[in-house]
Write a protein that binds this ligand. Structure first.
Ligand code: SF4
Ligand code: SF4
Length: 425
């Protein structure tokens, strides 16, 4: 991934602050903000909406809020970042804001009951974007049976093609650590594990709670370092040291979150603010300049490119959420959702030949797999309709979907997509 380091390494030095993106005059807010199913609106065309007002509740419990004050212009089917059609609401921006430019009203979360914290997380629509976005309250409720569960906060990006998590961890550190403490309280966590890059700043005195915690350092410049399996391995490696022994009981069942999720929890519980904006890293060698932006949900990807000075080279591909684990977006008019952390505009000169050919049995996918799996065999099972017994499903569950096998495959086979299909069977 030569081109990843080319532009991201130089941007790492550049982001000392983020830019607030222009408010969209007509934000288009998708009801389905991550995976899951669509739903119907709780508002109708012509309704007036406040900034942060609930506009949809999804079957998975996620709630969607208006990013601006205004009037509901239309409700229609549009293309979402995953390429599928989904219902969206278009809002005509206008009127006074409930949060923007207003003084924060701060709640002392230490006085709240666990159920009150969970209610705030649910009603403000906090999603966990550590991996595939999922409503956080649902993850916490599902894990309520697990005794001595841990909260794990990864403080850097697992995909080297973006810098969003690292930026939020650095510039909103006190809110992120407080959001982590609130999440730990909501889930009754035995402790918090902060996972940091070896060079990352961290100030433990910011932890405003008595919950036990530890900070584990990994080399985030080596890929993969930020997936569940990598983190568990890193924590267990330290287990012989007395200060880490207690935390080595963490497992895949622990709750893993990223800095933006912790920040959303802080804003929901302490400030009563629903999720209506995201930090988005807008990058790629097609752009005149890159930026870390704070963006209202519903802003189009094309308008972010314009705000970065437009294109010096026409993009051949637009990828969201990184270059290794991210997805391609076909339509630049797709709008920002809660699950988007970055948008990369990539010129044709940086694209690999994507023509698929049959497997040549070179074994490269097996040798690069950090979990020592056989991605070629799993891909065949998934795509050729071979029987998938429990053993195969258990093996597929070990895959972190790091995408290294697909990147290494000279036949350009989308091996990790095959493994994901097995995981979902
Ligand atoms: S995506 Fe591929 S390389 Fe990564 S863990 Fe899964 S099988 Fe292994
Ligand atoms: S890397 Fe690709 S071509 Fe080589 S064995 Fe794996 S699937 Fe086959």
């Amino acid at each position: 991934m030569r081109y990843v380091s080319n532009f991201v390494r130089s941007e790492r030095q550049m982001f000392k602050t983020c830019v607030r993106a222009f408010l969209p005059p007509f934000p288009v807010v998708a009801f389905r903000q991550g995976k899951g199913s669509d739903c119907s609106a709780v508002v109708s065309e012509g309704d007036a909406v406040r900034e942060g007002q609930l506009i949809a509740v999804l079957p998975d419990g996620d709630s969607v809020h208006s990013p601006v004050p205004g009037t509901v212009d239309s409700i229609f089917q549009t293309t979402l970042p995953d390429g599928k059609l989904g219902t969206s609401v278009k809002i005509r921006t206008g009127g006074s804001f409930s949060f923007l430019g207003k003084k924060d009203v701060v709640t002392n979360w230490h006085t709240l009951l666990k159920s009150e914290i969970l209610d705030a997380i649910k009603s403000c629509g906090v999603v966990n974007t550590f991996f595939e976005p999922e409503p956080l309250f649902e993850i916490i409720e599902k894990s309520s049976e697990i005794k001595n569960n841990f909260l794990v906060v990864r403080m850097f990006d697992e995909d080297p093609g973006r810098l969003t998590d690292s930026f939020v961890a650095q510039f909103c550190l006190s809110k992120v650590t407080e959001g982590a403490c609130i999440t730990a309280r909501a889930m009754g966590a035995a402790g918090i594990v902060f996972v940091l890059d070896k060079n990352q700043e961290f100030n433990p005195s910011l932890l405003n709670d008595s919950v036990p915690f530890c900070a584990v350092r990994v080399d985030a410049s080596k890929y993969p370092a930020g997936f569940r399996e990598n983190i568990i391995t890193a924590v267990r490696k330290n287990a012989r040291l007395p200060e880490y022994k207690f935390f080595s009981a963490m497992s895949r069942k622990s709750i893993f979150i990223d800095p933006e999720t912790a920040l959303s929890v802080y804003e929901a519980v302490v400030l009563g603010k629903p999720v209506i904006e995201r930090f988005v890293h807008v990058t790629g060698n097609c752009l005149r300049s890159a930026a870390m932006m704070k963006v209202r949900i519903g802003t189009s990807i094309s308008s972010l490119a314009e705000q970065c000075g437009g294109f010096k080279i026409a993009p051949a591909k637009i990828a969201v959420n990184g270059l290794i684990t991210g997805k391609t977006v076909a339509d630049p008019e797709v709008c920002i959702t809660k699950s988007i952390k970055s948008v990369s505009f990539i010129p044709s000169s940086e694209l690999f030949n994507q023509v698929l050919s049959p497997c040549i049995r070179c074994g490269k996918c097996r040798s690069v797999c950090p979990e020592h799996l056989y991605p070629d065999l799993m891909y065949r099972s998934a795509t050729e309709g071979l029987a998938t017994g429990n053993e195969l499903k258990k093996t597929a569950a070990l895959c972190s979907l790091c995408n290294l096998c697909s990147s290494a495959c000279p036949a350009r086979l989308p091996l990790s997509i095959g493994v994901r299909l097995l995981q979902e069977k």
